[in-house]
Design a protein around this ligand. Structure first.
Ligand code: UT7
Length: 318
Protein backbone atom coordinates (compact mmCIF):
# COMPACT_ATOMS: atom_id res chain seq x y z
CA UNK A 1 0.00 0.00 0.00
CA UNK A 2 1.31 3.47 -0.90
CA UNK A 3 1.87 5.51 2.25
CA UNK A 4 3.62 8.73 3.29
CA UNK A 5 6.48 7.71 5.52
CA UNK A 6 8.07 10.08 8.02
CA UNK A 7 11.60 9.77 6.73
CA UNK A 8 13.27 12.55 8.69
CA UNK A 9 12.43 14.88 11.58
CA UNK A 10 14.03 18.10 12.74
CA UNK A 11 13.41 21.17 14.82
CA UNK A 12 14.80 24.53 15.81
CA UNK A 13 14.35 26.72 18.87
CA UNK A 14 15.57 30.31 19.13
CA UNK A 15 18.44 30.79 21.57
CA UNK A 16 16.77 33.19 23.97
CA UNK A 17 14.88 31.59 26.86
CA UNK A 18 12.29 33.51 28.84
CA UNK A 19 11.45 31.87 32.19
CA UNK A 20 8.31 32.40 34.24
CA UNK A 21 10.41 34.30 36.75
CA UNK A 22 11.62 36.65 33.99
CA UNK A 23 8.00 37.24 33.00
CA UNK A 24 6.93 37.91 36.58
CA UNK A 25 9.27 40.92 36.55
CA UNK A 26 7.34 42.43 33.63
CA UNK A 27 3.67 41.54 34.28
CA UNK A 28 1.52 40.81 37.33
CA UNK A 29 2.02 37.03 37.44
CA UNK A 30 4.00 34.39 39.32
CA UNK A 31 5.98 31.28 38.44
CA UNK A 32 3.56 29.28 40.66
CA UNK A 33 0.43 30.51 38.85
CA UNK A 34 1.82 29.76 35.39
CA UNK A 35 3.20 26.35 36.38
CA UNK A 36 0.09 25.25 38.24
CA UNK A 37 -2.43 26.40 35.60
CA UNK A 38 -0.48 25.48 32.47
CA UNK A 39 2.61 23.34 33.26
CA UNK A 40 4.81 25.93 31.49
CA UNK A 41 8.24 26.75 32.99
CA UNK A 42 9.87 28.62 30.11
CA UNK A 43 9.55 29.50 26.44
CA UNK A 44 11.97 30.39 23.63
CA UNK A 45 11.75 33.82 22.01
CA UNK A 46 13.00 34.71 18.52
CA UNK A 47 15.69 37.39 18.31
CA UNK A 48 15.09 40.74 16.63
CA UNK A 49 15.43 40.15 12.92
CA UNK A 50 14.79 36.40 13.29
CA UNK A 51 11.64 35.51 11.38
CA UNK A 52 9.29 32.54 11.14
CA UNK A 53 10.93 31.62 7.82
CA UNK A 54 14.35 31.49 9.56
CA UNK A 55 13.06 29.09 12.22
CA UNK A 56 11.28 27.03 9.56
CA UNK A 57 14.39 26.88 7.35
CA UNK A 58 16.60 25.65 10.21
CA UNK A 59 14.07 22.99 11.26
CA UNK A 60 13.77 21.87 7.63
CA UNK A 61 17.57 21.66 7.25
CA UNK A 62 17.71 19.46 10.37
CA UNK A 63 14.98 17.18 9.03
CA UNK A 64 16.67 16.91 5.62
CA UNK A 65 20.02 16.08 7.26
CA UNK A 66 18.32 13.55 9.51
CA UNK A 67 17.33 11.41 6.52
CA UNK A 68 19.94 12.48 3.95
CA UNK A 69 17.31 13.75 1.53
CA UNK A 70 18.63 15.99 -1.25
CA UNK A 71 17.09 19.42 -1.82
CA UNK A 72 16.45 18.35 -5.43
CA UNK A 73 14.12 15.59 -4.20
CA UNK A 74 11.61 17.97 -2.60
CA UNK A 75 8.40 18.33 -4.60
CA UNK A 76 6.41 20.40 -2.10
CA UNK A 77 7.00 22.62 0.92
CA UNK A 78 4.07 23.24 3.24
CA UNK A 79 4.50 25.64 6.14
CA UNK A 80 1.81 25.62 8.80
CA UNK A 81 1.93 28.99 10.51
CA UNK A 82 -0.22 31.70 12.03
CA UNK A 83 2.70 34.10 12.35
CA UNK A 84 3.95 34.42 8.75
CA UNK A 85 6.85 36.76 7.97
CA UNK A 86 4.54 38.87 5.81
CA UNK A 87 0.86 38.95 4.84
CA UNK A 88 2.14 37.73 1.48
CA UNK A 89 4.03 36.04 -0.13
CA UNK A 90 3.67 32.81 1.80
CA UNK A 91 6.34 31.93 4.33
CA UNK A 92 6.70 28.62 2.46
CA UNK A 93 7.95 30.39 -0.69
CA UNK A 94 10.44 32.38 1.43
CA UNK A 95 11.63 29.08 2.95
CA UNK A 96 11.93 27.59 -0.54
CA UNK A 97 14.28 30.47 -1.48
CA UNK A 98 16.25 30.26 1.80
CA UNK A 99 16.77 26.52 1.32
CA UNK A 100 17.80 27.07 -2.32
CA UNK A 101 15.08 24.79 -3.72
CA UNK A 102 14.31 25.62 -7.34
CA UNK A 103 11.67 23.04 -8.24
CA UNK A 104 8.20 22.08 -7.05
CA UNK A 105 5.70 24.30 -5.26
CA UNK A 106 5.33 25.81 -1.80
CA UNK A 107 2.38 27.14 0.19
CA UNK A 108 1.24 27.98 3.72
CA UNK A 109 -1.59 26.47 5.72
CA UNK A 110 -3.28 28.60 8.33
CA UNK A 111 -5.19 26.45 10.79
CA UNK A 112 -3.72 27.98 13.95
CA UNK A 113 -2.61 25.35 16.48
CA UNK A 114 -3.99 22.51 14.33
CA UNK A 115 -1.86 23.66 11.39
CA UNK A 116 0.67 20.85 11.50
CA UNK A 117 -1.99 18.11 11.52
CA UNK A 118 -3.74 19.86 8.61
CA UNK A 119 -0.45 20.20 6.69
CA UNK A 120 0.46 16.57 7.30
CA UNK A 121 -2.95 15.51 6.02
CA UNK A 122 -2.65 17.66 2.85
CA UNK A 123 0.84 16.36 2.07
CA UNK A 124 -0.29 12.78 2.69
CA UNK A 125 -3.23 13.18 0.28
CA UNK A 126 -0.94 14.57 -2.42
CA UNK A 127 1.54 11.73 -1.94
CA UNK A 128 -1.08 8.98 -1.97
CA UNK A 129 -2.79 10.45 -5.05
CA UNK A 130 0.55 10.32 -6.90
CA UNK A 131 0.77 14.11 -7.38
CA UNK A 132 4.06 14.32 -5.46
CA UNK A 133 6.60 11.90 -3.96
CA UNK A 134 8.46 13.94 -1.33
CA UNK A 135 7.19 16.74 0.90
CA UNK A 136 8.72 18.97 3.49
CA UNK A 137 6.05 19.66 6.11
CA UNK A 138 6.93 22.38 8.60
CA UNK A 139 5.18 23.92 11.60
CA UNK A 140 6.82 27.25 12.46
CA UNK A 141 5.81 30.18 14.63
CA UNK A 142 7.06 33.42 16.10
CA UNK A 143 3.99 33.70 18.29
CA UNK A 144 5.82 36.13 20.58
CA UNK A 145 5.10 38.75 17.87
CA UNK A 146 1.36 38.17 18.22
CA UNK A 147 0.94 38.57 21.98
CA UNK A 148 0.27 41.68 24.01
CA UNK A 149 3.20 41.59 26.45
CA UNK A 150 1.12 43.54 28.96
CA UNK A 151 -1.74 41.01 29.01
CA UNK A 152 -0.89 38.41 31.64
CA UNK A 153 -3.80 36.19 30.55
CA UNK A 154 -2.12 35.44 27.22
CA UNK A 155 1.54 36.51 27.16
CA UNK A 156 2.60 33.76 29.58
CA UNK A 157 1.21 31.01 27.34
CA UNK A 158 3.10 31.20 24.06
CA UNK A 159 6.58 30.64 22.65
CA UNK A 160 8.49 30.51 19.36
CA UNK A 161 9.94 27.50 17.52
CA UNK A 162 9.71 25.25 14.50
CA UNK A 163 9.54 21.54 13.71
CA UNK A 164 9.69 19.75 10.37
CA UNK A 165 9.27 16.34 8.82
CA UNK A 166 10.29 14.92 5.44
CA UNK A 167 7.49 12.77 4.04
CA UNK A 168 8.25 10.25 1.30
CA UNK A 169 6.09 7.99 -0.83
CA UNK A 170 6.73 4.41 0.24
CA UNK A 171 5.11 0.99 -0.26
CA UNK A 172 4.58 -0.67 3.10
CA UNK A 173 3.12 -0.53 6.58
CA UNK A 174 5.01 2.48 7.92
CA UNK A 175 3.73 6.03 7.49
CA UNK A 176 0.57 8.07 7.98
CA UNK A 177 -2.27 5.59 8.52
CA UNK A 178 -5.03 8.20 8.57
CA UNK A 179 -5.83 11.79 9.47
CA UNK A 180 -9.11 13.33 10.57
CA UNK A 181 -9.76 17.06 10.26
CA UNK A 182 -12.56 19.21 11.65
CA UNK A 183 -13.50 22.86 12.02
CA UNK A 184 -16.43 24.88 13.34
CA UNK A 185 -16.42 28.61 12.63
CA UNK A 186 -19.11 29.15 15.27
CA UNK A 187 -16.15 29.37 17.68
CA UNK A 188 -14.26 32.06 15.69
CA UNK A 189 -14.56 34.63 18.47
CA UNK A 190 -13.22 32.40 21.25
CA UNK A 191 -9.61 32.72 20.13
CA UNK A 192 -8.51 35.35 17.61
CA UNK A 193 -6.32 38.34 16.89
CA UNK A 194 -7.53 41.90 17.25
CA UNK A 195 -6.30 42.73 13.76
CA UNK A 196 -5.93 41.54 10.19
CA UNK A 197 -5.14 42.99 6.76
CA UNK A 198 -8.78 43.29 5.63
CA UNK A 199 -10.24 44.10 9.03
CA UNK A 200 -8.01 47.00 10.10
CA UNK A 201 -4.73 46.71 8.18
CA UNK A 202 -3.04 45.60 11.41
CA UNK A 203 -1.51 42.38 12.69
CA UNK A 204 -3.31 42.55 16.03
CA UNK A 205 -2.67 40.61 19.24
CA UNK A 206 -4.08 37.39 20.64
CA UNK A 207 -7.40 37.49 22.48
CA UNK A 208 -8.66 34.31 24.10
CA UNK A 209 -11.57 33.16 26.21
CA UNK A 210 -9.26 30.67 27.93
CA UNK A 211 -11.88 28.97 30.08
CA UNK A 212 -14.18 28.26 27.11
CA UNK A 213 -11.32 27.09 24.89
CA UNK A 214 -10.19 24.78 27.67
CA UNK A 215 -13.72 23.34 28.03
CA UNK A 216 -14.11 22.69 24.30
CA UNK A 217 -10.57 21.40 23.72
CA UNK A 218 -10.78 18.09 25.54
CA UNK A 219 -14.22 17.12 24.12
CA UNK A 220 -13.37 18.05 20.55
CA UNK A 221 -9.94 16.42 20.50
CA UNK A 222 -11.43 13.27 22.07
CA UNK A 223 -13.93 13.18 19.18
CA UNK A 224 -11.11 13.46 16.61
CA UNK A 225 -9.10 10.76 18.37
CA UNK A 226 -12.10 8.42 18.63
CA UNK A 227 -12.78 8.66 14.90
CA UNK A 228 -9.15 7.84 14.21
CA UNK A 229 -8.99 4.86 16.58
CA UNK A 230 -12.38 3.50 15.45
CA UNK A 231 -11.26 3.49 11.82
CA UNK A 232 -8.38 1.19 12.75
CA UNK A 233 -10.27 -0.91 15.33
CA UNK A 234 -7.87 0.25 18.03
CA UNK A 235 -8.30 1.02 21.71
CA UNK A 236 -6.53 4.08 23.11
CA UNK A 237 -4.06 2.07 25.15
CA UNK A 238 -2.88 0.24 22.01
CA UNK A 239 -1.01 3.28 20.69
CA UNK A 240 2.61 3.61 21.77
CA UNK A 241 2.76 7.40 21.97
CA UNK A 242 0.44 10.34 22.21
CA UNK A 243 1.89 13.56 20.81
CA UNK A 244 -0.68 16.18 21.69
CA UNK A 245 -0.65 19.86 20.81
CA UNK A 246 1.18 21.48 23.70
CA UNK A 247 -1.15 24.20 25.03
CA UNK A 248 -1.72 23.23 28.63
CA UNK A 249 -0.46 20.30 30.73
CA UNK A 250 -3.91 19.88 32.26
CA UNK A 251 -5.46 19.37 28.80
CA UNK A 252 -2.64 16.99 27.84
CA UNK A 253 -3.13 14.93 31.03
CA UNK A 254 -6.90 14.76 30.46
CA UNK A 255 -6.36 13.41 26.94
CA UNK A 256 -3.81 10.83 28.15
CA UNK A 257 -6.27 9.66 30.84
CA UNK A 258 -9.16 9.43 28.36
CA UNK A 259 -7.05 7.15 26.17
CA UNK A 260 -5.94 5.01 29.11
CA UNK A 261 -2.27 5.81 28.49
CA UNK A 262 0.48 5.78 31.09
CA UNK A 263 2.03 9.21 31.73
CA UNK A 264 5.32 7.96 30.18
CA UNK A 265 3.53 7.36 26.85
CA UNK A 266 2.54 11.01 26.48
CA UNK A 267 5.18 13.31 25.01
CA UNK A 268 5.21 16.57 26.96
CA UNK A 269 7.26 19.62 25.97
CA UNK A 270 4.90 22.38 27.10
CA UNK A 271 7.07 22.87 30.21
CA UNK A 272 10.09 23.79 28.04
CA UNK A 273 8.53 25.30 24.90
CA UNK A 274 5.13 26.65 26.06
CA UNK A 275 2.47 26.80 23.33
CA UNK A 276 4.23 27.13 19.96
CA UNK A 277 0.96 26.73 18.02
CA UNK A 278 1.53 24.89 14.72
CA UNK A 279 5.12 24.07 15.72
CA UNK A 280 4.28 22.25 18.94
CA UNK A 281 3.61 18.74 17.57
CA UNK A 282 6.65 18.47 15.24
CA UNK A 283 8.84 19.98 17.98
CA UNK A 284 7.63 17.36 20.47
CA UNK A 285 8.03 14.62 17.86
CA UNK A 286 11.64 15.63 17.22
CA UNK A 287 12.45 15.71 20.94
CA UNK A 288 11.07 12.20 21.50
CA UNK A 289 12.71 10.75 18.38
CA UNK A 290 16.12 12.28 19.09
CA UNK A 291 16.16 11.20 22.76
CA UNK A 292 15.45 7.63 21.63
CA UNK A 293 11.94 7.22 23.06
CA UNK A 294 10.17 6.89 19.69
CA UNK A 295 11.49 4.01 17.61
CA UNK A 296 10.83 2.60 14.15
CA UNK A 297 7.37 1.03 13.81
CA UNK A 298 5.99 2.71 16.96
CA UNK A 299 2.37 3.80 16.66
CA UNK A 300 1.96 7.53 17.26
CA UNK A 301 -1.30 9.41 17.76
CA UNK A 302 -1.23 13.17 17.21
CA UNK A 303 -4.05 15.54 18.12
CA UNK A 304 -4.58 19.29 18.19
CA UNK A 305 -7.16 22.03 18.57
CA UNK A 306 -6.73 25.65 17.63
CA UNK A 307 -8.45 28.90 16.71
CA UNK A 308 -11.42 28.66 14.38
CA UNK A 309 -11.98 26.22 15.99
CA UNK A 310 -9.95 23.80 13.94
CA UNK A 311 -9.07 20.40 15.31
CA UNK A 312 -7.87 17.01 14.18
CA UNK A 313 -5.89 13.85 14.71
CA UNK A 314 -3.41 11.71 12.81
CA UNK A 315 -2.24 8.15 13.34
CA UNK A 316 1.31 7.40 12.23
CA UNK A 317 3.35 4.19 12.13
CA UNK A 318 6.82 5.71 12.59
O1 UT7 B 1 -3.52 26.47 21.61
C1 UT7 B 1 -4.87 26.75 21.33
C2 UT7 B 1 -5.71 26.22 22.36
N1 UT7 B 1 -5.54 26.96 23.60
C3 UT7 B 1 -5.77 26.34 24.75
O2 UT7 B 1 -6.04 25.16 24.73
C4 UT7 B 1 -5.75 27.15 26.02
C5 UT7 B 1 -6.91 26.74 26.86
N2 UT7 B 1 -7.06 27.47 28.10
C6 UT7 B 1 -6.18 27.38 29.11
O3 UT7 B 1 -5.18 26.74 29.01
C7 UT7 B 1 -6.54 28.05 30.42
O4 UT7 B 1 -7.86 28.50 30.39
C8 UT7 B 1 -5.61 29.25 30.79
C9 UT7 B 1 -4.24 28.73 31.13
C10 UT7 B 1 -5.53 30.21 29.61
C11 UT7 B 1 -6.16 30.00 32.00
O5 UT7 B 1 -6.31 29.09 33.09
P1 UT7 B 1 -7.67 29.06 33.92
O6 UT7 B 1 -7.48 28.09 35.00
O7 UT7 B 1 -8.79 28.83 32.94
O8 UT7 B 1 -7.71 30.51 34.54
P2 UT7 B 1 -8.80 31.64 34.34
O9 UT7 B 1 -8.72 32.22 32.97
O10 UT7 B 1 -10.10 31.11 34.81
O11 UT7 B 1 -8.26 32.72 35.37
C12 UT7 B 1 -8.28 32.49 36.78
C13 UT7 B 1 -7.74 33.71 37.49
C14 UT7 B 1 -8.39 35.01 37.02
O12 UT7 B 1 -8.58 35.82 38.15
P3 UT7 B 1 -10.07 36.05 38.72
O13 UT7 B 1 -10.84 36.60 37.57
O14 UT7 B 1 -10.53 34.69 39.16
O15 UT7 B 1 -9.82 37.01 39.83
C15 UT7 B 1 -7.34 35.64 36.12
O16 UT7 B 1 -7.41 37.05 36.11
O17 UT7 B 1 -6.35 33.86 37.23
C16 UT7 B 1 -6.06 35.18 36.78
N3 UT7 B 1 -4.95 35.13 35.85
C17 UT7 B 1 -3.67 35.19 36.23
N4 UT7 B 1 -3.09 35.32 37.43
C18 UT7 B 1 -1.75 35.33 37.48
C19 UT7 B 1 -5.00 34.99 34.50
N5 UT7 B 1 -3.76 34.95 34.00
C20 UT7 B 1 -2.92 35.08 35.05
C21 UT7 B 1 -1.52 35.10 35.16
N6 UT7 B 1 -0.97 35.22 36.39
N7 UT7 B 1 -0.70 34.99 34.11
Amino acid sequence: MLRSRLQGVGSYLPEKILTNKDLAKAVDTTDEWILQRTGIKQRHIAADGEYTSDLATKAAQNALEDCGTALTDIDTIIVATTSPDLTFPSTATIVQEKLGIKQGFAFDIQAACSGFVYALSMADSMIRSGQIRTALVIGAETFSRLVDWEDRRTCVLFGDGAGAVVLKAHEGERGILSSHLFSDGAYCDFLKTTGGPAFNKMVGVVEMNGREVFKQAVGKMAEAVKQCLDQHGLMGHEVDWLIPHQANKRIIDAMGDKLGLKAEQVVVTVDQHANTSAASIPLALDVAVKDGRIKENDLILMEALGAGFTWGSALVRF
